[in-house]
Design a protein around this ligand. Structure first.
Ligand code: DGL
Length: 293
């Protein structure tokens, strides 16, 4: 746990530092993006990271495209104000529905999870199942990306509206969650899939439950692994890979910081220090910061 002295207002001021020392901004609606954060710790341990969880407005997966674009735009605007050098959308729903739009609006490298996930999936199998939020499944983003890479594979997508609320409520080991998972997997198992893509960054947290229901030969693809590999390549290409020790990860949420800290500790192995930020009104966001440990 970090000491409160790090919350000095200049602590996260990157303005005077070399560009490579600037943080990477990553965001999700909630704790799902922690699966991407864990990969960043594993693969790119020198990078400083700002994590955004838009917990006041989750789940994203049942929202309209207009809303998702607007939320994504607001979060990236805030991250840009924090002087990030790159943004990773640690959210499939934003990647599926907002990536193209915001890439044209911001002068900042922005990576989404769909393409890296689709590339990894076609390397694994020929009969590919995708579990995702209803919005991602409806967008067909995975199906299109996979078929563009390899038109000979078959793809089936299932929208799973109950998963994100169950994960956010820490109900992963509740028998009800297993029953819900069984019903979502049933149509995919009927198609005898050989590969299953976690089409939502929350879902790798359900791996033990999904594994208990899937035949052992079915391979699981976690796009988080592959977007972080792509991030490393992009940083190399841009000459932006940090070679100095990183700062502690900064966590900013729009909802309750305590609740995020409590859920986050399970997946991070440490209690994150979380601040509350209002992404909807940038002019007052700095006044509304409320730190908790
Ligand atoms: N974890 C996100 C995703 O990858 C969003 C889930 C949600 O809020 O519905 O889609």
């Amino acid at each position: 746990m970090y000491s409160s002295s790090i919350l000095d207002s200049n602590f996260y001021d990157f303005s005077g530092l070399e560009p490579q020392c600037a943080p990477i901004g990553i965001f999700d609606s909630g704790v799902g993006g922690l699966t991407v954060l864990r990969q960043l710790y594993r693969q790119l341990p020198n990078e400083s990271i700002i994590y955004v969880g838009d917990t006041a407005r989750l789940p994203y997966g049942i929202r309209s495209q207009t809303e998702i674009i607007q939320f994504t735009r607001e979060i990236i605007t805030w991250l840009q104000q924090q002087r990030v050098k790159m943004v990773i959308m640690a959210c499939n729903t934003s990647s599926a529905l907002a990536l193209e739009t915001v890439r044209e609006e911001f002068n900042l490298p922005i990576l989404g999870v769909i393409l890296p996930g689709a590339r990894a999936a076609v390397q694994q199998g020929k009969r590919i199942g995708v579990i995702a939020t209803p919005a991602t499944a409806k967008s067909n983003a995975y199906k299109q990306a996979i078929l563009e890479i390899d038109p000979d594979v078959q793809v089936w997508q299932v929208g799973c509206p109950e998963f994100v609320p169950l994960i956010e409520q820490n109900r992963i080991h509740d028998p009800y969650t297993t029953e819900v998972a069984r019903s979502y997997l049933e149509p995919l198992l009927k198609q005898e899939i050989d590969t299953l893509v976690h089409g939502c960054t929350h879902y790798p947290l359900l791996t033990p439950v999904l594994r208990s229901l899937l035949p052992s030969q079915v391979k699981l693809v976690d796009p988080a692994v592959h977007v972080v590999t792509a991030c490393g390549q992009e940083l190399d290409l841009l000459g932006l890979k940090n070679t100095y020790p990183p700062l502690p990860t900064r966590f900013a949420v729009s909802g309750c910081p305590q609740q995020f800290a409590q859920s986050g500790v399970h997946w991070l192995g440490y209690t994150p220090m979380v601040e509350q930020v209002c992404f909807t009104d940038m002019s007052v966001s700095q006044l509304q910061q409320d730190f908790v440990g």
